[in-house]
Design a binder for this molecule. Structure first.
Ligand code: NAI
Length: 335
């Protein structure tokens, strides 16, 4: 198949070329994000391959369909950027990579927790400047603390396992509880209870209408003073402005983000020669107890290998049979 691959970075090419060596699809690599302004670049392609910040809305899908595109292959697990209703209307199949490495995201989540708690980011800079003072670097024992995991699917389950290993009391909230978590001693509770009892709250649910701004001004009122909040799921699961206020009034003692509501204008690019025009993001960067990474939780050798192999597998299966096991549709998510 001829595939227009949007939002391509050099590492995407490396892993996709390796996975495609035997399959032999014609991959046209494009640096541009997919949007209504760039959809014309898919002229002549049978499929587009997209990432988390590509815009796959109704207008874009209509434009793609008019060019003969029949498949959108997401090289990601989350699909909140795709209008599935419009895809069905246009007769375009959508596939994703549901599981590539829950360990990658879970381990990055834990890295954010440990770094924030023990102020490793600050200690690193201090020591390089010959400042060996400990004032301001005081942390707490994670063992014995209560951690609340919101969403215990593939990633959340691994996070629960690691936190259980640390000796935490682990609470969880998920409309579909995971038996493996219950077996390891995780206790499922309503969200309000999780928020009010947890010293650490970590988010691992998808972004849906039900989870948009799940953490907001009201939910922050329920949380313990000085709570650690970690988000490696999707930016809009938290209301960033409310969280800013929570940082100012001390409700939030530590904030670790790998995702941000308005990340599409920032992440995955080198903007170091420019200024940051997003004042909310810029304000977040002024807090010593805020640690932000640019959507890199998935970024391991293993995950990129699995993403590329599953994506190419999805494209090959669609070419041969018109279907793929990793198809995502309105009907499937309603089940
Ligand atoms: P998953 O689909 O295996 O698990 C998601 C879990 O969230 C499910 O158990 C589901 O029942 C639960 N859930 C749904 N609605 C909920 C709600 N209202 N409250 C609590 N739980 C709810 O997904 P996985 O692989 O664990 O990934 C989770 C999310 O992490 C993805 O949807 C994606 O947005 C994000 N992600 C971020 C990455 C990064 O690099 N930062 C990489 C991969 C995924």
């Amino acid at each position: 198949m001829h595939v227009s691959v949007f939002s391509t970075k050099p590492y995407d090419r490396r892993f996709l070329d390796a996975a495609n060596a035997a399959a032999g699809h014609r991959l046209s690599y494009l640096e541009a994000h997919l949007s209504i302004d760039t959809a014309s670049l898919a002229e002549g392609a049978d499929a587009v391959c997209v990432f988390v910040n590509d815009e796959v809305n109704g207008d874009v899908l209509a434009s793609l369909a008019s060019k003969g595109v029949r498949l959108v292959a997401l090289r990601a697990a989350g699909f909140n950027n795709v209008d599935l209703e419009a895809a069905r209307h246009q007769g375009i199949t959508v596939t994703r990579v549901p599981a590539y490495s829950p360990h990658a995201v879970a381990e990055h989540t834990i890295a954010l927790m440990l770094t924030l708690n023990r102020k490793i980011h600050r200690a690193y800079n201090r020591v390089r400047e010959g400042n060996f003072a400990l004032e301001g670097l005081l942390g707490f024992d994670i063992a014995g603390r209560t951690a609340g995991v919101v969403g215990t699917g593939r990633t959340g389950e691994v996070v629960c396992r690691i936190l259980t290993g640390f000796g935490c009391t682990v609470l969880a909230h998920d409309p579909q509880p995971n038996a493996a978590c219950a077996e390891m001693g995780v206790r499922y509770v309503p969200l309000e209870e999780l928020l009010s009892l947890s010293d650490i709250v970590t988010l691992h649910c998808p972004l849906t209408p039900a989870t948009r701004h799940l953490i907001n001004a009201r939910s922050l009122q329920r949380m313990k003073h000085n709570v650690m909040l970690i988000n490696t799921s999707r930016g809009a699961v938290i209301d960033t402005r409310a969280v800013l206020q929570g940082l100012k009034d001390g409700t939030i003692g530590h904030l670790g983000l790998d995702v941000y509501e308005e990340e599409a204008d920032l992440f995955f690019e080198d903007l170091s020669q420019r200024f940051i025009g997003d004042d909310v993001f810029a304000r977040l960067l002024t807090f010593p107890n805020v640690l932000i990474t640019g959507h890199q939780a998935f970024f391991t050798e293993e995950a990129l290998t699995n993403i590329a192999e599953t994506t190419i597998g999805n494209i090959t299966a669609f070419e041969r049979t018109g279907q793929t096991v990793h198809e995502i549709s309105i009907e499937k998510i309603a089940r």
